[in-house]
Design a protein around this ligand. Structure first.
Ligand code: ZN
Length: 422
């Protein structure tokens, strides 16, 4: 459980990054000999459309699909050094250099993340052994980077790892399902140059309309550590989740196992656990949407419990939101005794990831007794999830609440490290 501390792992990644940006300076460099030839894509060095990412995986001028498509499961031979220039940095750089690479606008591209639709049957529950293996692999990815072993392990579970070079700068790892094995498992992005000790979660990325675009924007703009996007609509399957909590959102009463926020046996939760293990002090923000109706709330914020606690992180986020919101509706907190709006019950107390962070005895069956201030649950009106001024209030409030401590680039943060890898 005890892992290398944050700074060690961060500097490790930064080292990787710095090394890589030197070694892969030229567009024709390196990746041409990439062993990961299975991904379709265009040849290196074609800065095509700014919005549609291309995969520059070498000299495989197959179908020049400019968008992200299904890719056969890779059988990487990652030991082969990719960077041919002999340099002391080659060794640490090669794990990144051997990955398939995407370029484009990350925020735009993430909005096409695959999500199995309601009643599609598209969510397949992984077994316990596999979930433990995924969690371990994801943790290794966070602490050591994409080593050949971890890339291979993830490939065995149907997950590919790519680098993403955003057209506004920055370097990212994208962990996503590949090939025909899709189980509705989700898409996960790791920021190689984070600015804030924060990660974002979109467990209802499709059904809480706007939260996919919102979290993808927040990831990049705030310089968050990571973003977890569900791979399944919460109503993708009819199998009931045994976890405590209730909803009628799927038409019939009850939670489903395809609901990433209300069932723990999924890759989404495994990635959450790995992040929490690796970054015990980081804040996880679970971003949602509610039907605010004629209630006074623009948002309901909670720490994952409904217990009043004056100094709760959720109250600070609420306060900041209220300084930035311009309309008549305001943000309420589940952890402030005086906040008694219409939607006070939307406190995320049955959110599995929140229960994990708050140390519940069983994240599926038991609510947490108290909060750790490492998890924040945000329910928002449609207005806040839109693209107008109110959506900027949410961005600004998150920026206010989680300080710039990690050196990367983010809203209001003085970027102090290199920003270009891979
Ligand atoms: Zn939700």
């Amino acid at each position: 459980m005890s892992l290398p501390p944050l700074r060690a792992s961060l500097s490790c990644l930064l080292l990787l990054a710095a090394a890589c940006s030197n070694a892969v300076a030229g567009p024709s460099d390196a990746v041409a000999e990439s062993p990961s030839t299975s991904a379709p894509g265009t040849v290196v060095g074609t800065p095509t459309s700014p919005t549609a990412p291309v995969e520059d995986v070498g000299q495989v001028p197959t179908t020049p699909t400019p968008t992200d498509t299904v890719t056969p499961v890779e059988t990487p031979a990652p030991e082969t050094p990719v960077v041919s220039t002999p340099a002391p940095t080659t060794g640490v750089c090669s794990p990144l250099g051997s990955l398939s690479s995407l370029t484009g606008n990350l925020t735009t591209w993430l909005q096409t993340a695959p999500i199995a639709t309601a009643n599609s049957g598209g969510f397949k529950e992984p077994g316990g052994t596999e979930l433990a293996a995924f969690e371990g692999a994801f943790r290794t990815l966070l602490t050591e980077g994409p080593t050949p072993r971890v890339v291979q392990d993830l490939a065995g579970m149907g997950y590919g790892v790519s680098t993403f070079r955003n057209d506004t700068g920055g370097g990212w790892l994208v962990v996503r399902e590949q090939g025909l094995l899709s189980r509705g498992g989700g898409t996960f992005i790791i920021n190689l140059f984070p600015a804030r000790d924060l990660w974002l979660e979109a467990p209802h990325a499709d059904s809480d309309e706007g939260t996919l675009r919102q979290t993808a924007t927040q990831l990049v703009t705030l310089g968050a550590r990571a973003l977890l996007i569900t791979g399944s609509n919460r109503c993708a399957v009819t199998t009931a989740s045994p976890c405590s909590g209730t909803t009628s959102v799927c038409g019939t009463k009850g939670l489903r196992i395809s609901d990433a926020a209300h069932y723990g046996n999924n890759f989404f939760t495994a990635a959450h656990r790995a992040l929490r293990d690796t970054y015990p002090d980081a804040i996880a923000a679970s971003i949602h949407g509610m039907d605010a109706g004629d209630g006074p709330e623009a948002a309901v914020v909670s720490d994952g419990t409904s217990a009043p606690r004056p100094d709760a992180l959720s109250n600070r986020l609420r306060d900041s939101l209220n300084t930035h919101l311009t309309g008549t509706k305001k943000a309420f907190s589940c952890n402030a005794a005086d906040d008694s709006g219409k939607h006070r019950t939307l406190c995320g107390t049955s959110n599995v990831q929140g229960r994990i962070d708050n140390g519940a005895s069983d994240a599926c069956f038991a609510e947490a007794a108290a909060a750790t201030d490492r998890f924040v649950h945000l329910e928002q009106s449609a207005t806040l999830r839109g693209t107008g001024a109110s959506s900027k209030a949410v961005m600004q409030a998150l920026a206010d609440t989680v300080p710039c401590t990690l050196g990367g680039s983010g809203l209001g943060c003085p970027a102090v490290v290199a920003q270009d890898c891979p």
